[in-house]
Design a protein around this ligand. Structure first.
Ligand SMILES: [Zn+2]
Length: 255
């Protein structure tokens, strides 16, 4: 297994994502609002003003779990099912090949399954062709299970314009997150719960990043779900979340 790392960036590389980055050329208002849906291809993106207003009325929460499926994923599915909560899983193609039955179960229980690359490279260090291969291989693995992903989340949140174009060739829109649960940083249930509690005091609603490959994340999720539900969170898939956002802007590939 991968050994623990000490720096924040390295921890992200070993355990999931680092803090969200946004190197895609977006309108400043979107970047400033940390709305991390890339608009480098023609697509709907959230209106930040409308989103904030909506959150004050009824928080809509899209929980996303990256890097799986793993050995804790079925336990997470139990927690979600018992609370009638739907989520989105950004899976790795290599894990899909290892655990196809878990991927089928995720989809069968009404969750969304999307593309997180084949083996979690940093896309900024890949050629255009290798980026395409990473995305294509996971698409093929998921389609063999009858699953058609809609979104691509680049590992670590790092990408460039070639990534957006490669995703678009497979009909995928690049989506990051609005709130990082930081389960790559907090490695105990208590610490992770405390971090999420701090986040909920600042803002509630949006796209939440977690990793279902961590035992502490899956162990903490029942209480996190209950805390979020107590504050009015309605748990939706990423597609449902984005469908509820007003159309605000479109953009074309740059360069
Ligand atoms: Zn990841």
């Amino acid at each position: 297994m991968k050994k623990s790392q000490t720096t924040r960036k390295e921890a992200g590389r070993m355990n999931g994502e680092s803090s969200p980055k946004h190197i895609c050329p977006l309108p400043a208002v979107l970047a400033a609002a940390s709305l991390l849906v890339c608009a480098c291809v023609a697509t709907r993106v959230p209106d930040p003003t409308a989103t904030l207003a909506q959150h004050k009325q009824q928080p809509v929460c899209a929980l996303t779990f990256d890097d799986g499926p793993g050995r804790h994923t079925v336990q997470l599915l139990d927690a979600l099912r018992s609370r009638n909560a739907h989520a989105t899983f950004f899976v790795l193609g290599e894990q899909v090949r290892r655990e196809p039955q878990v991927v089928r179960l995720i989809a069968a229980e009404g969750h969304e399954v999307d593309n997180h690359s084949f083996d979690h490279p940093d896309f900024r260090h890949l050629s255009r062709e290798d980026q395409q291969r990473e995305i294509d291989a996971t698409q093929t693995a998921l389609r063999s299970l009858g699953i058609e992903p809609k979104f691509f989340r680049p590992p670590y949140g790092d990408y460039d314009v070639d990534t957006v174009r490669a995703a678009a060739r497979d009909g995928l829109v690049v989506v990051l997150w609005t709130t990082d649960g930081k389960d790559w940083k907090y490695h105990t249930v208590h610490a992770l719960e405390a971090n999420v509690e701090r986040e909920l005091k600042v803002n509630i609603g949006g796209i939440y990043l977690f990793h279902d490959v961590h035992a502490w994340t899956v162990d903490a999720m029942p209480s996190i779900l209950d805390r979020m539900a107590a504050q009015g969170c309605r748990f939706v898939t990423l597609s449902e979340y984005l469908a509820g956002q007003p159309e605000a802007a479109t953009a074309r590939p740059q360069g």
